[in-house]
Design a binder for this molecule. Structure first.
Ligand SMILES: Cc1ncc(COP(=O)(O)O)c(C=O)c1O
Length: 416
């Protein structure tokens, strides 16, 4: 007999044909007229590369982040490269980052001519663990280390206080990979405002997204910004004079104009994501799929409180919810659970056309192109465990309550 829809684990959910992981169409419908007007404006101006559209977007984006300068470029990957090189990273240097991130966090280090070095993540936040970084610095020395590159994964800032303290003790630059964290904050400082330089991506899936490729670096140092502006333009500040070897990584006016339209909505969109995260938490609690958290506030008003204990998922407690540090303003670029029998659950959801994704299935120290770094399986157990357990669920501002109910009820049915 089928359980009546009032049973807790069904959550009163109505079956749906599909739930997308991300639906950009719904966003476009809200802003269509403004976006098309901006595109028309750029076409009428015939200024397609850099120019006033780019400059005014750079200013407003820097303001939004609480930084003095913004330098637009072609992608988040290029933004990381610009940030690292202008922060002083040179061939032969080392840069320490997380092994649990998108590939570009490490490839940009290699592209700057430096060697990526990894330390393990914090099991609760999935972010680079300052305790592991400190252990590495005291154990392995830091003679060749030039910078720390924390990544604000899934929209939650890494522990910037402790990285700043370590950076000043060991004379390192802090460069933020803020690709997933526009509008996020650590205490009262927004991502992109409290480091030497911070890299943002506007890849179409991001919380602030272009209609193509785009990125930007923020910094509080006007000299660094001027250097970035040269580097993104073939190392040139005067036409056909190349002071150094740069690259073509300019932001185009069309993307800047579209991003500028969207920038004024980002705060509200981030709030919607936070609201949906709290609702997921509540629904998972109703479905009794997660262990009760001592001291946590009612799920309806707050997402799960920070818990630095080693997490485990098991048949009796198959789901672990995202954990948020009390110092972090999380903008839920992704809502990522740990799931018991993750790959089976994923197949089950995909068969129901419920969007879900693994960010990221192979930690960076085990990527084939980084074999030369000499790392092995087992070197970073928390990153490796996360790679086997994480699953991102549908998350975007326009996601509906009915969709969330169906996602959680489906997961409850899987664990049955
Ligand atoms: C953490 C992280 N770093 C860097 C990047 C690179 O950004 P892009 O794809 O714009 O080059 C991304 C996005 O894809 C990212 O998620």
């Amino acid at each position: 007999m089928t359980a009546p829809s009032t049973k807790p684990h069904t959550l009163g959910a109505k079956p749906l044909a599909s739930v997308p992981l991300l639906d950009l169409q719904r966003q476009f419908e809200q802003i269509r007229a403004e976006v098309l007007a901006a595109v028309g404006r750029v076409c009428a101006s015939q200024q397609y590369i850099l120019g006033s559209e780019v400059e005014s977007f750079e200013r407003d984006l820097a303001d939004f982040c609480g930084a003095k300068e913004g330098v637009g470029c072609a992608s988040g990957t290029d933004a990381l490269w610009l940030a690292l090189v202008t922060a002083g990273v040179q061939p032969g240097d080392q840069v320490l980052t997380t092994p649990f991130s998108f590939f570009a966090s490490a490839s940009a280090i290699a592209r700057a001519g430096a060697r990526p070095v990894f330390a393990d993540i914090n099991a609760a936040t999935f972010n680079l663990d300052p305790t592991q970084v400190e252990a590495h610095l005291r154990r392995s020395g830091y003679r060749k280390l030039r910078a720390l590159l924390p990544v604000h994964l899934y929209g939650q800032c890494a522990d910037m206080d402790r990285f700043q303290v370590l950076a000043s003790e060991f004379h390192l630059a802090v460069v933020e990979d803020a690709a997933q964290a526009i509008g996020a904050a650590w205490r009262d400082r927004r991502a992109g405002s409290a480091s030497v330089a911070a890299a943002f991506s506007f890849y179409p899936t991001k919380n602030l997204s272009a209609y193509g490729e785009a990125g930007l670096v923020t910094t509080n140092d006007p000299e660094l910004a001027a250097h970035m502006r040269r580097l993104r333009n073939h190392g040139s500040s005067r036409r056909y004079v190349h002071e150094e070897l740069g690259w073509n990584s300019r932001l185009d006016a069309m993307q800047a104009a579209i991003l500028h339209v969207k920038l004024k909505y980002v705060e509200a969109w981030n709030e919607a994501r936070r609201h949906h995260a709290a609702r997921y938490d509540k629904l998972f609690a109703e479905a009794t799929l997660t262990p009760a958290k001592p001291g946590s506030e009612p799920a309806s008003v707050s997402h799960a409180t920070f818990n630095n204990q080693q997490s485990t998922v098991s048949e009796s407690s198959p789901v672990q919810l995202p954990q948020t540090s009390p110092h972090a303003h999380h903008v839920f670029h992704q809502y990522v659970i740990r799931a018991h029998r993750r790959d089976e659950l994923r197949k089950f959801l995909v068969a129901r056309q419920i969007g879900c994704e693994v960010y990221y299935p192979i930690p960076l120290h085990l990527q084939p192109c980084f074999v030369y770094l000499g790392y092995r399986e087992g070197d970073f157990p928390e990153a490796e465990r996360a790679a086997n357990e994480v699953l991102a669920l549908p998350m975007f501002p326009e996601l509906t309550e009915g969709e969330q109910r169906w996602v959680v009820a489906s997961i409850a049915e899987f664990y049955g």
